[in-house]
Design a protein around this ligand. Structure first.
Ligand SMILES: [Zn+2]
Length: 149
């Protein structure tokens, strides 16, 4: 499973524009849940709705992050409903169990991401960079913009 840091670093290196575009995204946290998986590991599941200010009335996208740990060293499982995630990220992240095949056909992204760099979309990057793991239910549905980890 990839860490927050490795996903951020891979995106910065291979698609810096996506990293930059995270700044246009507004994330509304809709669900925060702490639980234990079948191996007894503590997991924090964050669900959110994200929109892009630059896209005007663009469709909202829905993202989900499972944190195993905190901060940039935390290992994560992620998914997002946007097309960028589907075509560039899902299979690459799935290869190290950091996502599941939900939206794509599960085939290698030979054209969009042939090296299978563990990238994320601007929606997930916004949440990961601004410390979604620190959210508690008191922040539910509030916009988070001020704390980059
Ligand atoms: Zn996305």
């Amino acid at each position: 499973m990839y860490t927050v840091k490795s996903i951020i670093d891979a995106t910065k290196k291979t698609h810096p524009q996506v990293w930059k575009n995270k700044g246009n995204v507004v994330v509304f946290y809709t669900s925060i849940k702490e639980w234990k998986d079948t191996e007894g590991r503590k997991v924090k599941t964050i669900k959110a709705r994200a929109t892009d200010r630059a896209a005007g009335s663009g469709r909202p996208q829905y993202l989900e992050i499972d944190y195993y740990g905190r901060g940039k060293g935390a290992r994560v499982w992620v998914t997002c409903t946007c097309e960028y995630f589907l075509y560039n990220c899902e299979v690459a992240l799935w290869s190290d169990e950091s996502s599941s095949v939900r939206w794509s056909n599960g085939k290698d992204p030979n054209i969009t991401n042939p090296s299978k760099a563990p990238r994320a979309c601007k929606h997930l990057l916004n949440a990961l960079a601004f410390g979604a793991d620190k959210m508690t239910t008191k922040y539910r549905s509030k916009k988070i913009v001020d704390r980059e980890v």
